[in-house]
Design a protein around this ligand. Structure first.
Ligand SMILES: C[S@@+](CC[C@H](N)C(=O)[O-])C[C@H]1O[C@@H](n2cnc3c(N)ncnc32)[C@H](O)[C@@H]1O
Length: 212
């Protein structure tokens, strides 16, 4: 029996209705300016070991791999992993991408094995922020960095502010200061801010592990 990563998903994230919603939003899940902006900011370099948490269909994963990083794409949804697995095969360097079952709260990675971790629009799906932060801290190598970004759909300037209804469902509240403080609590340097990326209001947490 494999590990039960489904326990780390909100109930409404499972089932056929959610899969249909993801398919309807397919273009944005395939590639988006926000994912491009996050990978530009995270700036993985050739040979670096990267982690995409809640990778979905892999819009950030493929960009990081095209930059030459070796990317582990982790997602608890089998549906997403199958799509990303197929997408991986169409990449110029598929060996740079590994798709793994896992969750932010239970990363299938060895301690200290990742130089750059990023996550896009997934934090509000996590069910246990403390566990996720402690897992990210565990897998980061010395001088490793993490960049956590969630679009702020509650912001009146967000283009989908009126039409996005995820906030009506059970979702984890993304409080950038609280999450940055959790990272500091496990020994990392961290900051949180509300800003704009790719002209979209976002919540951003950056964390870095001190060097060895
Ligand atoms: C809105 S999608 C974003 C996917 C991708 N990062 C993007 O920007 O298109 C959220 C993703 O988080 C995943 N997810 C749900 N619960 C998770 C958890 N506990 N840990 C990690 N990822 C999770 C979902 O399966 C889904 O693929």
């Amino acid at each position: 029996m494999g590990r039960d990563y489904d326990q780390h998903r909100h109930d409404h994230d499972k089932g056929i209705r959610r899969k249909l919603r993801w398919l309807v939003r397919f273009p944005k899940f395939w590639q988006s300016p926000i994912n491009r902006a996050v990978v530009d900011l995270a700036a993985p370099v050739p040979g670096e070991r990267a982690l995409d948490v809640g990778a979905g269909m892999g819009p950030a994963t493929v960009l990081a791999a095209r930059r030459g990083a070796s990317v582990v794409a982790v997602d608890p949804s089998r549906f997403m992993r199958v799509i990303l697995g197929l997408r991986r095969q169409g990449q110029r360097n598929p060996s740079r991408i590994t798709v793994e079952a896992g969750a932010a709260e239970d990363l299938p990675l060895a301690g200290g094995s990742i130089e750059v971790a990023f996550t896009v629009n997934a934090i509000h799906h996590w069910t246990d922020l403390e566990a996720a932060v402690s897992e990210l801290a565990r897998v980061l190598a010395p001088r490793g960095r993490a960049l956590l970004v969630d679009e702020d759909f509650t912001h009146p300037d967000h283009p989908q502010h009126e039409t996005h209804h995820d906030h009506e469902q059970e979702m984890t509240v993304v409080d950038v200061e609280a999450i940055a403080s959790m990272f500091r609590g496990v020994g990392l340097d961290a900051t949180g801010e509300r800003t704009f990326l790719a002209a979209v209001p976002v919540k951003v947490i950056r964390a870095t592990r001190a060097g060895a």
